[in-house]
Design a binder for this molecule. Structure first.
Ligand code: BG6
Length: 512
């Protein structure tokens, strides 16, 4: 596998930084191409990559689906999805070149002849477009379909190529619903694909601001000395959404907020926040550090005191009245699935001993925001009147992952005027939008390109996935004994038991 990209080692070869990384001749096959993710994210990301000149002119895109569509119908379907959701301007010339390499194969996953047809299609792309036998297979399908698709890819000869070409598989989360099922999925996929050819997508790792966390920590000298238990009081990682479950009842019910978000996105953010400096940004070195953090995580003994869950009830989202979770279409009215989850974790290392990491996520909350807040201890001594510092909180560094991407540093300052030394919290802001003219690419652009380049640092390994389930499994098991989660009104900041959970530790959630 090629690990020598500019991202892997930019400092050793500064010239590389100016050269865009362009994928070589190749094709992408998408299973589940008619689904929500493909329409909103994957197809537009492919177009945006093409528009940025990062795909080879010979690129081939193949959709595999049950629907009885012609090739032209599918091309039009892709065009509509792209026009609706692309990030960069729609250009006829880019589209015309991309469209010439689009193919559709109709079939079901249990139909061997459909996979034979897919094989013929891929070979015809090699001949007509020049994809040269290099193909990635994107499983944008539920995990229950991974085994059959993997087996069919193997049986039809699609999973293997000649020596000078590659085959790769991209797997969307969730990787199972607990440790056992994740291990089973892994076994099935690795029977067919070499571990180095399996790319597990956690799209949070493709976000620019998440990568900026590494820049903030390891390209600067002023943060690292205070990034430890001597100075940090606690860390809060929040991923809040204002949307409900949309049309995803079938996926979400029985899965819930913790499996959907904490097991993958939030534990990855936590690992990047807490890890030691990696030897390099090559996949192996980065994984080694993240793995150490995930292995050192300790879940609290009293899960009743240090975890919280909730389920949204009817309420308001801005000026729209919205229904509660149990009244959403397709949801079992007695469902105990949580739409809000909060947990406290500790990291048993010298750097983090005694510093709680609070992770929370929820749907139908006050607003959409993802942030990592590193909250510092109060100054050990304040030589001021107590009344003068009553509006002074803890210092904090907040990495704003989305939507207003940037970094905020919060600290105390003297209020103007007056003879008294009165203090108040103020903040210093870095905003991507104001500091840079170019907009950030979508996470999926970055990740799809990385798969085509064979560049693995931004993809979690099996070991990371398994360690994450190890952390979550006991919590899920405990929650499964509790019955109905507490209801919280849509548009608020979650259930009371989440506030109580932090209050017991003498802290409170930040209001992003
Ligand atoms: C997905 C979850 O992984 O992330 C969804 O399955 C969630 O439930 C989505 O809505 C949020 O992604 P983003 O990039 O909009 O924060």
């Amino acid at each position: 596998m090629n690990e020598s990209s500019a991202w892997s080692n930019p400092l050793r070869n500064p010239q590389d930084l100016r050269l865009p990384r362009i994928a070589g001749p190749c094709g992408l096959v998408i299973f589940g191409v008619t689904g929500d993710l493909a329409q909103k994210k994957l197809l537009p990301a492919v177009y945006d990559l093409a528009n940025r000149g990062l795909l080879p002119p010979s690129f081939g895109l193949t959709g595999f689906a049950r629907r009885d569509w012609t090739n032209d119908y599918f091309i039009n379907f892709v065009k509509e999805a792209v026009q609706k959701h692309c990030r960069t301007p729609f250009k006829d010339s880019t589209w015309a070149n991309l469209a010439a390499g689009i193919r559709f194969v109709q079939g079901t996953f249990d139909d061997k002849s459909a996979f034979d047809e897919l094989n013929k299609t891929v070979q015809s792309l090699d001949r007509d477009r020049g994809t040269r036998g290099n193909h990635a297979f994107y499983m944008s399908v539920p995990p229950s379909a991974f085994p059959i698709v993997s087996k069919q890819l193997s049986a039809s000869g699609l999973s293997h190529s000649s020596q000078d070409a590659w085959r790769r598989v991209i797997i969307e989360k969730p990787f199972g619903h607990d440790l056992k099922s994740a291990q089973e999925l892994d076994r099935v996929v690795s029977e067919v694909f070499d571990p180095n050819s399996v790319f597990r997508i956690d799209h949070y790792l493709g976000k620019e601001t998440v990568q900026n966390l590494l820049a903030l920590r390891f390209a600067n000298s002023m943060y690292e000395p205070i990034w430890n238990a001597n100075y940090v009081d606690h860390v809060q990682i929040t991923m809040a959404e204002d949307i409900g479950i949309g049309g995803r009842a079938g996926y979400y019910d029985g899965i819930g907020a913790a499996r959907d978000i904490i097991q993958n996105h939030l534990l990855q953010l936590m690992a990047l926040t807490a890890m030691e400096e990696p030897v390099s940004f090559r996949a192996g070195d980065l994984t080694a550090e993240k793995t150490k953090v995930l292995s050192a995580v300790r879940i609290p003994k009293n899960l009743d005191l240090h975890t919280a869950r909730g389920q949204y009830a009817a309420g308001w989202q801005g000026s729209n009245k919205v229904v509660g979770y149990l009244d959403e279409k397709g949801i079992d009215p007695s469902s105990t699935t949580e739409t809000y989850a909060a947990i406290r974790l500790d990291v048993d290392t010298r750097r983090w001993a005694g510093v709680p990491f609070y992770l929370r996520t929820g749907k139908r909350l006050g607003k959409r925001v993802t942030e990592i807040a590193v909250v510092f201890k109060r100054a050990p001594h304040l030589p001021f009147e107590t009344t003068a510092v009553k509006e002074l909180g803890n210092n904090a560094i907040v990495i704003r992952v989305q939507p207003d991407e940037g970094v905020t540093i919060r600290f105390g300052a003297k209020t103007p005027g007056g003879s008294a030394m009165e203090m108040r919290d103020v903040s210093m802001d870095f905003s991507y939008g104001r500091s840079f003219t170019e907009s950030s690419p979508e996470a999926y652009e970055r990740l799809i390109l990385d798969v085509l380049l064979g560049d693995p640092p931004l993809f979690p390994t099996t070991q990371e996935v398994n360690l994450s389930w190890n952390i979550l499994d006991p919590i899920e098991e405990y929650w499964s004994t509790l019955g109905q989660p507490e209801q919280y009104r849509a548009g608020t900041w979650g259930p009371h038991n989440a506030d109580e959970m932090l209050a017991r530790d003498g802290r409170h959630w930040r209001m992003p």
